[in-house]
Ligand binder design. Sequence first.
Ligand code: GLU
Length: 492
Amino acid sequence: MSVRVRFAPSPTGSVHIGSLRTALYNYLLAKKQGGQYVLRIEDTDQTRFVEGAIEGMLRAMEWAGVIHDEGVVVTEGQLKEEGEYGPYVQSQRLDLYKEYIKNLLDSGDAYHCFCSKERLDEVRENQKTAGQTPKYDGFCKSLTKEAVEKKMAAGEPYVIRLKLPENKEIGFDDAVRGKVTFNTAEVDDQVLIKSDGFPTYHFAVVVDDYLMKITHVIRGEEWLTSTPKHVYLYEVLGWEAPKFVHLPNILNTDKKKLSKRQGDVAVEDFMKKGYLPEALVNYIALIGWSPEDNQEIFSIKELEDKFSLDRVSKSSGVFDVNKLNWINSHYIKESDIKRLTDLAIPYLIEANYITEEEAEEKYNWLQEMVAIFQEKISYMSEIKDHVDIFFKDQVEPQDQEAQGILKEEHIPQLMEVFHQKLIDSEVVDKDTIKRIFKEIQKENGIKGPKLFKPIRVAVTGKSHGADLPLIIEVLGRQKLLSRIEYLKGNLI
Ligand code: GLU
């Protein structure tokens, strides 16, 4: 039987890095095994539905190149479906859940529960006070058929719960964790149908995974404790359960669960900052999976080839943004300069350095400018902090170190000769600058840092940075002259 996997997000907000990893591992297994990767929307909790979340999620997946074979897609701005196991949105499958809940009620594996919220809260509080794990106390489990009918006729609100046997071991083989067992004493009589008539996640996920012929359920570790309920449901419905694969948590470098408080966690945050999709995918793949050797740089095609479930780790992975930056800067260095320029332009427009028209007119110049910093940036939005020098009319020394450099005794003389040599040169490119530097060394005896540093500060305001002759060439003769003149007239 061919492998069928699914990524089943709930449309409750932006896509978390952990969800991208879950999607990626599903995708990789499907590719590796020549199977199908399905994307299903789990929107049974209507109170948590966030407008636009499905579209945002699909955009993030498309950006990352983690593309599904079946399920919900956006075509010409419209949500559509592709595949023969639809609908792929749970709120459109309500009739299917009704059919299967009826089977469970008929067989006595589910029951109606009329307990009010107040009663449930009270039970929970009492259990907590008594030091017990809070769980439903089974109050409605043995209501007679007549009592149920009477309450229903009176219009009392109800839910439908799974009837778990008492004190039974439920076990399954997890592809990552091996044999996992739970005793039903630790598990709640799970609500399967809520009072609004919608199924809960736990019921819908089982029905859908079965009907969509899912062979492997690959999801985050947070679902591990729910799995016994699902396994039991498969059993009473008479269905073969899929293989379960629970992925380890992703932690921050401080070993706490990855959360917004410690930094970016949404794929969208990384898109906005200008990370390259192949770098994020490469990095994410390595949080929780490792190859047989020490390889760290993988294209998605290579990952498709090398990925295997047996190398998914049991222990939590750490999200280390420095490592991500290292991988991202690797991909930036390897990237075509045109691609980088196209990626840089929106940040330059946003910083008001250029307009859209100027971006077109000056495209070649922008390309040269971006190329200077290709080796320096970790992600594309950083470009705007480096290139400010090209768009200012004047620059001022930016810190104490830079200020100090301009106070040295030889500066007036240096600037004077440098200025004169610029005036005498019609073209100022990097070779001219190198020639001028050599001449000053010879004629005035100013060399090394005493020569380069003040000129760097004069041109950029900064005491450190990328290749100076290149910066000067891209800056152009006119701007260069006006900066030196400003410095002579105002700063020294
Ligand atoms: N809808 C669940 C979520 O958003 C999916 C869990 C599962 O894959 O079974 O995490």
